[in-house]
Design a protein around this ligand. Structure first.
Ligand code: SF4
Length: 395
């Protein structure tokens, strides 16, 4: 059950009120939804419940739980398989049994605006409850080396709504299930009261989940902040940034885990100058020669960008060694005339918006040296994605 009052970020209010992310939430609308949320907090009797983890096995589209419950879902089975999940946690949450009656009362009293705001507030509250439940799952399983996969619910694409009954049965069979919840199913399979939700979170090994694309990482759709376990930026946050002109909305398409980007942006990147018109940054990766026992050497990647309003167009890229130890690289030993020029070649991004670097997918080689083009592209890719990350997360 719920203790702390539910709060809802402005970006979520906009979504629930169908206001574009870069549109304005009027004072009247904000006051309306905040008042409605206060009602939910005070009178709605919101609640959520998280089951104990239950072991599972996946065969084709069948998910067999150790408790005896069995689900059939192509989407869920696929997700569990990809995340190598061997267990799952079920969740139920609800804005509370008092909400539908209050919405009806407001309609009956000819107060449609308030009814509309309460409906939006209850929907937003249910999502926040699910988010909190997700956080509690992450807090519980992360120390054991597990990570929550993005949840699935009956009614989502690839999982029939009819399976809501099976999921509710699984939850209601838990010894701690709150009998006062009074959650029931309508004939259609929808939950009563409205603004309630059931969900299942697969639990996969963190080391596996971290290697997956963002659609397999729950953090990509989780606005919990701060969270020390976060792996990738919240796509909602990225979209909440005013989109740079000519680049479209920023996509959550980093090639590296959040933890790595965060470290690189703190330890290897320096923003030398930044104002309304331009940004200059220097990335200093950890390089080592491939020969001569791996001698560390210094190389500076300079990145000059135009204004945020123009989508941070890439104005100039350059790269130069900061000491002479690069000369110990085997390619330099073989060709000391040509190699230094090869080594500092830059990718062809000039005049393109910075967001393009998220789509750049060259063959890369995670070597410490710069002998071969894929190793050089590897460094540039990290440098450019780290700059993008820094500028869009305000690290
Ligand atoms: S950010 Fe990631 S780890 Fe943190 S609560 Fe959300 S899903 Fe869990």
């Amino acid at each position: 059950m719920i203790a702390a009052p539910i709060t809802v970020p402005v970006a979520e209010w906009k979504r629930h009120l169908c206001i574009p992310i870069d549109g304005l939430l009027s004072e009247t609308a904000q006051a309306g939804v905040e008042r409605a949320l206060a009602w939910v907090n005070e009178h709605g009797c919101s609640w959520s419940f998280v089951s104990k983890p239950v072991n599972l096995a996946v065969e084709g589209d069948f998910i067999r739980l150790a408790s005896g419950t069995q689900f059939t879902s192509r989407a869920l089975a696929e997700k569990l398989r990809r995340g190598q999940a061997r267990s799952a946690v079920a969740v139920a949450c609800s804005a509370g049994p008092g909400v539908p009656a209050e919405i009806q009362r407001l309609w009956d009293a000819q107060r449609p605006d308030e009814a509309f705001f309460l409906n939006a507030a209850a929907a937003a509250a249910t999502e926040q409850l699910l988010l909190r439940a997700q956080k509690s799952i992450c807090d519980q399983v992360e120390p054991a080396g597990l990570a929550a996969l993005p949840h699935e619910s009956p009614g989502y694409d690839g999982w029939e709504l009819g399976q809501q009954r099976t999921l509710l049965g699984l939850l209601a069979a838990q010894s701690a299930w709150p009998s006062a919840a009074k959650l029931s199913l309508l004939e259609s399979g929808m939950l009563s009261p409205e603004h309630s939700q059931l969900a299942l979170f697969g639990l996969g090994p963190s080391a596996v989940v971290e290697t997956k694309s963002p659609d397999m990482v729950a953090c990509a759709r989780c606005s919990m902040d701060p969270c020390s376990y976060r792996r990738v930026p919240d796509a909602g946050d990225a979209q909440a940034l005013p989109p740079p002109a000519s680049s479209g909305a920023v996509a959550n398409g980093y090639a590296y885990p959040d933890k790595a980007l965060r470290r690189w942006s703190r330890e290897l990147l320096t923003v030398d100058s930044r104002d309304e018109q331009s940004v200059r940054a220097t990335f200093r990766p950890e390089c080592k020669t491939c020969s001569n026992l791996g001698v560390p050497f210094g190389i500076d990647y300079s990145i000059e960008l135009g204004s945020y309003r123009d989508g941070f167009p890439i104005r100039k890229l350059s790269c130069r060694p900061s000491d002479s130890d690069y000369q110990s690289m085997c390619s330099n030993l073989k060709d000391p005339e040509e190699f230094p020029c090869e080594m500092v070649r830059v990718p062809a991004f000039v005049d393109q918006p910075l967001v393009q670097v998220l789509e750049w997918d060259p063959a890369v080689e995670p070597a410490g040296c710069l002998c071969r083009p894929p190793a050089r592209d590897h460094k540039w890719k990290i440098a450019l994605q780290t700059v993008h990350y820094k500028l869009h997360t305000d690290e």
